[in-house]
Each structure stands twice: as C-alpha cells, then as structure tokens.
Design a protein around this ligand. Structure first.
Ligand SMILES: NC(=O)C1=CN([C@@H]2O[C@H](COP(=O)(O)OP(=O)(O)OC[C@H]3O[C@@H](n4cnc5c(N)ncnc54)[C@H](O)[C@@H]3O)[C@@H](O)[C@H]2O)C=CC1
Ligand SMILES: O=C(O)CCCC(=O)C(=O)O
Length: 379
C-alpha cells in the first residue's frame, strides 16, 4: 500500500502528471451510512468504475455498515465486521454520512468519530477551492488540516448534580505528540503546494506557502496553549524554513476567513475548530455539497464529504454528489493514484465551470444523477 500524507496535491496537480501508472487493483470499502450518504456514495463508486481503462486501475468493492440505521437494526453503530474488513481487506474506503441524534441515545456513539480513532486516521485534510467559473474575485484555494483524534472529540463527558442543578463537563484533550504530528503534516502540505506552484508560476496564486495555526490560547492557555506551542515548534524545523508561519485566534480567524478567504493557504487546527472552520469555508465556495475530505493515517485513507446526512433533502434525489466525487479523488491521491485523481478533479471542475448541470444547492435544477452523468461524460 502506498498511502502517503505527502501525496496531497489537491486540484493543482493536473498538468504535472505525465507518468503512466502500473496495473493495480484497489479494494475499496463503501460505507454509505445514513441519509444522503446512501445517495452520494453510489455516485462515488460509479466514478471509480468509469475511470478510463488506460489508467490500468481496477477496483473491487465491499459494502460495509455503519450509522444510526445500523444501530437501530443491530444495536451497534459501528459493527466490528466493518472495522475488521477495513483493516484486513481494504486499501481505502469511502464514507458517506451518518445521522447522529442530537440527544443522547444509550449505546449510540458516532461511528465516524470512532472509526478515525480505531484506524488512527490522525489527519483530516479538507481542501476548499473555487473553480475558474465560480468566482468573480480572487480564487479561494486553501486546505484545512484538522487534527482528527483528540480535542473534545475524545467524548469523555459526564453529568453530575451541582448545588444549582445539573452540571455537564467534557474533557478537551490536546497532546503534544498529536499536535506536533498534525502541524508537521500541515508543513509538508504547504511545502508540496509550494513545489506545485513553482512548477506553474503562471497559475500560481501566491509566491510563498503559508501555514496559519488556529487556536484559542488566549483563554485556553493550557490546552490550546499546548497546541500552539507544539505547532510553532514543529513548523520552526529547518525543512519548513521556506514556509511562512503565522497564527490566528479562532474567533478572529472566522472573521478574517470570511473577509479575505483568498489570503489563506494551509490552516492547521485542533479537531473542533477544524470541523467548524471547514463548514464555514464551504459556504465561501458555494455549498457544503462541494467540499471533500480525507481521513488519513499511515497506511489508510477514507474519503468522506464534509457534509452530514442532510435529512432535509434525503430521498429527494437532489443531493450534490460533488463533495463525494472530490473525496474519491482525494482518497486516490493518498493511495498514490494521482493521475486518476486529477481526471476526476478536472471532470468535476468542468461540470462546475460550465454550470449546465448544477444541483439546487448551487442554484441549479439538476438531480444527483444528472450531475453524476455530466461528470461521467467528461471522464
Ligand atoms: N461525517 C458525518 O457523518 C457527519 C454527520 N453529520 C450528521 O448529519 C446530520 C445532519 O446534520 P446537519 O447539521 O443538518 O448538517 P448537514 O451537513 O447534513 O446539512 C447542512 C445543510 O447543508 C445541506 N447539504 C449538506 N450536504 C449537501 C449536499 N451534498 N447537497 C446539497 N445540500 C447539502 C443540507 O441540506 C442542509 O441544509 C446530523 O445527524 C449530524 O450528526 C453532520 C456532519 C458530519
Ligand atoms: O454526526 C456525527 O456522527 C459526526 C459529526 C462530526 C463531524 O461533523 C465531523 O467530525 O466531521
């Protein structure tokens, strides 16, 4: 397996890829989950099946269960079989979305949060990018690199009776090692983007790569303070000397991101801030239905659209499949299949630029199937 964090090229790589890939079959776990996850993951599978045969790339698929529906049927949201199959049989996976309830349900726990931990997928990489036709101002081209295993997502919560009623508490765990690891990855991604820009100066949107460390250490001086300190130290390494490093407190980060999104390049953040920032950034490029992610560790990658199960549009056939199609491409990049990934990015970008088959979230009338068909035609 060739999964590699340094494989990240986002959408900038198309023109530099000239080498033909060796023949390879990849086994991909498909975890649709709940809601529109079941509508967009089949689209992702279709795109993989429709890649040109000249790529010498074949796929076999295994359908796996997870989610609230699985919980209701079986009593567990993440069956052991799903985790075991991913670990023992698969090269990568696609995860749709799950419908986690907003109130506590005994025995239920978010399967995607658990899966990230069980497979030690410690980086959640979320590129947010405008395409040529979708922007009248400076293009947005940033990557949010979100720590994926700790922070408030360790889900160690408790409730007790205080003198004035119930009190609920949650642990926010930040470790030096996880903060160093994610910041190093952010630095590597920044270097990679710098290299790609240097190879195509005409289309480069900036001269120097930049990493913005996001935190709230003015208030949370120990937890976010440790994240900030570890990130500063990791990014001060000699090999990142060409990368500009700055920091931004998370609340003003939101303000600046919304005022001047084109300013940002790589943003590194603890788990929760990264989650929130990426949904916000999705609004800047048009829709949550456009923004992909990859959960990446040493040796495995799960492509996953940033959005959730969207119960408000579930079953209507109008979910935008593009976040999933881009997540398929992102997964392929981390599996070392950059040519195949570039083909998907190019087809998706062409669909968006032509703007003939856009789903309702993008102001169009196209169904999930029509958007998919248009992308497949361009492949
Ligand atoms: N990774 C995961 O499995 C995630 C699961 N969730 C779960 O999803 C459920 C719903 O959460 P929400 O807060 O409503 O967030 P959501 O992301 O599901 O939806 C937010 C809004 O964006 C729209 N939207 C999302 N994806 C879209 C797409 N592909 N095409 C068109 N429109 C799209 C929805 O229609 C909705 O109006 C919850 O149960 C939550 O726990 C939420 C986020 C991530
Ligand atoms: O609803 C769930 O089960 C997980 C939602 C968490 C989330 O948005 C993310 O971590 O990307």
């Amino acid at each position: 397996m060739t999964t590699s964090l340094s494989g990240l090229r986002t959408h900038l790589c198309t023109e530099f890829i000239t080498m033909a890939a060796a023949a390879r079959t990849l086994r991909i776990g498909l975890i649709p989950g709940d809601g529109i996850g079941r509508e967009v993951i089949p689209a992702g599978q279709r795109v993989l099946e429709s890649l040109p045969s000249s790529l010498n790339l074949k796929f076999s698929f295994v359908n796996l269960d997870a989610g609230f529906d699985t919980f209701q049927r079986t009593g567990t949201a993440l069956p052991d079989k799903t985790v075991d199959t991913l670990k023992k049989e698969c090269d990568g996976a696609l995860f749709g979305a799950v419908s986690s309830p907003s109130t506590k349900v005994a025995g239920y726990s978010s399967p995607i949060v658990a899966l990230r931990k069980k497979l030690d997928l410690y980086a959640n990489v979320r590129p947010v990018k405008t395409t040529v036709g979708s922007t009248s101002g400076d293009p947005i081209d940033l990557v949010i690199v979100r720590e994926n295993t700790e922070d408030l997502y360790v889900k160690e919560e408790r409730t007790h009776e205080g003198p004035n009623g119930k009190v609920a508490e949650a642990i926010k765990r930040i470790s030096e090692s996880a903060s160093t690891r994610i910041s190093t990855i952010a630095g590597e991604i920044a270097l990679r983007r710098q290299k790609i820009r240097a190879a195509a100066p005409a289309t480069a949107t900036r001269d120097q790569s930049m990493v913005t460390i996001t935190h709230k250490s003015n208030v949370l001086s120990q937890t976010d303070g440790l994240f900030r300190e570890a990130a500063r130290k990791a990014l001060a390494a000699e090999r990142f000397s060409s990368v500009h490093v700055e920091e931004q407190i998370v609340d003003s980060m939101v303000y600046k991101l919304f005022r001047q999104p084109e300013y940002y390049d790589v943003i590194v953040a603890p788990n929760l801030y990264g989650d929130i920032l990426s949904d916000g950034a999705a609004a800047l490029v048009g829709s949550l239905g456009l923004v992909p992610s990859a959960n990446v560790g040493d040796g495995f990658a799960i492509g996953e659209p940033c959005h959730g199960s969207a119960p408000d549009i579930e079953g209507k056939g109008v979910a935008n499949p593009i976040a999933t199609l881009r997540s398929v491409a992102l997964m392929l990049e981390f599996l070392g299949e950059e040519i195949a990934a570039a083909k998907i990015y190019t087809a998706v970008d062409a669909n968006l630029d032509e703007a003939k088959f856009l789903s309702p979230d993008m102001g169009g009338k196209a169904t999930t199937q029509q958007v998919l068909d248009d992308v497949l035609k361009r492949l």
